[in-house]
Design a protein around this ligand. Structure first.
Ligand code: UT7
Length: 331
């Protein structure tokens, strides 16, 4: 059976930087509160006219350049986002059109913060099944346009941000080389409304209602519930992939946790007994870019030389759904 190797990474964020002071100028918050509770110092938000597809194209081209892969070699695109440019179709086809990759499948996944983990698992499954050899996997979001940028929305507006990350994965017959060793994926719809965007939705007649603009169309979150579950499910899930691969936390070279909140990452690290040098966080500079956090962080690590062939990389995510999951990767 072929193994799946990550052969190139890339990321892109909007040029516009929004600092905590910028937010404190328009809502009742402060740099101190945001840093203390979330570890975020700044984030990137789009300007009007800038889209998730555009950011993804930049990230994808960087990943393809790094992999040395031509558009004609890509067999499929798996695109994870909870904030597509349009209600339908998903962003995958817009990326497919712009990249000039031919009429290949372009599949959108809506698995929110766990989006990249799920998208990578899907690419891996198709590759192992022998259907695809080279796949572009994207995690991207434009969250800023769905934020209530007033004091009413301060518990989410200070957290969420925009950006895109991409990886190129390829089938390999080298059983001792780089490979994805184990998966752990879950969801629990009992908590679906704990972190959600209610409208627009087809449950409403008509789907799009002006009165929803102010009360149902912003991201709503029960922060405490999310925090409580994230800090228990992510370590549990990392332990599950370690167990499946017969590895221990000490053997992890690098853990990239979904960048939800620095306090969550710190508790995940503590729960797994990992040293600081085993965990990568960049939320201070990017905020929470949902499906994009892991591929953005991964690209930074790769470009900074933090990963060497043979290293054990763990990725883990938790978010809306609730959905969560992890992968263990031999780099
Ligand atoms: O990808 C998954 C995404 N979501 C998460 O990871 C979120 C996980 N949860 C969290 O990160 C935290 O729950 C938050 C950072 C969102 C909130 O922290 P908290 O310690 O749970 O605060 P809280 O919601 O209990 O609110 C405490 C106080 C409240 O004021 P009162 O009622 O005590 O007067 C809030 O209104 O903090 C207030 N507050 C703020 N104050 C200043 C909430 N947001 C802000 C804000 N600035 N931005």
């Amino acid at each position: 059976m072929p193994q799946t190797q990550i052969i190139g990474t890339g990321h892109a964020v909007p040029d516009r930087v929004v600092t905590n002071a910028d937010l404190a100028a328009v809502m009742d918050t402060s740099d101190e509160w945001i840093r203390q509770r979330t570890g975020i110092g700044r984030r990137h938000w789009v300007v009007e006219g800038e889209s998730g597809t555009q950011l993804s194209l930049l990230a994808a081209r960087r990943a393809m350049d790094a992999a040395g892969v031509e558009p004609s070699e890509i067999d499929a695109i798996v695109y994870a986002t909870s904030s597509p440019d349009h209600f339908a179709p998903g962003n995958g086809v817009f990326v497919q059109r712009e990249l000039g990759v031919g009429p290949i499948p372009a599949i959108d996944l809506r698995t929110q913060c766990s989006g990249f983990v799920y998208a990578l698992s899907m690419a891996d499954a198709y590759i192992r099944a022998g259907m695809w050899r080279t796949v572009l996997v994207i995690g991207a979001e434009v969250q800023s346009t769905g934020m209530d940028v007033s004091s009413r929305g301060r518990n989410t507006a200070v957290i969420f941000a925009d950006g895109a990350g991409a990886v190129v994965v390829r089938a390999s017959d080298d059983t001792d080389g780089s490979a994805i060793l184990a998966w752990d994926l879950h969801s629990d719809g009992n908590f679906a409304e704990m972190l959600w965007v209610d409208a627009p939705g087809s449950i409403y007649h008509p789907r799009n209602q002006a009165e929803h603009h102010d009360n149902k169309s912003f991201l709503e979150m029960d922060g405490k519930e999310v925090f409580r579950h994230a800090t228990s499910k992510m370590p549990e899930s990392v332990r599950a992939v370690l167990k499946e691969a017969g590895k221990t936390p000490e053997e992890i070279s690098l853990l990239i946790p979904h960048q939800a909140n620095l306090r969550i990452s710190e508790l995940v690290q503590r729960s797994l007994g990992l040293r600081d040098d085993q965990v990568y966080n960049n939320i201070e500079r990017f905020g929470n870019t949902t499906a994009a956090t892991i591929p953005i962080a991964l690209d930074e690590c790769v470009r900074a030389g933090r990963l060497e062939r043979g290293d054990l990389l763990a990725i883990t995510a938790f978010g809306s759904g609730f959905m969560w999951g992890s992968a263990l990767i031999r780099w």
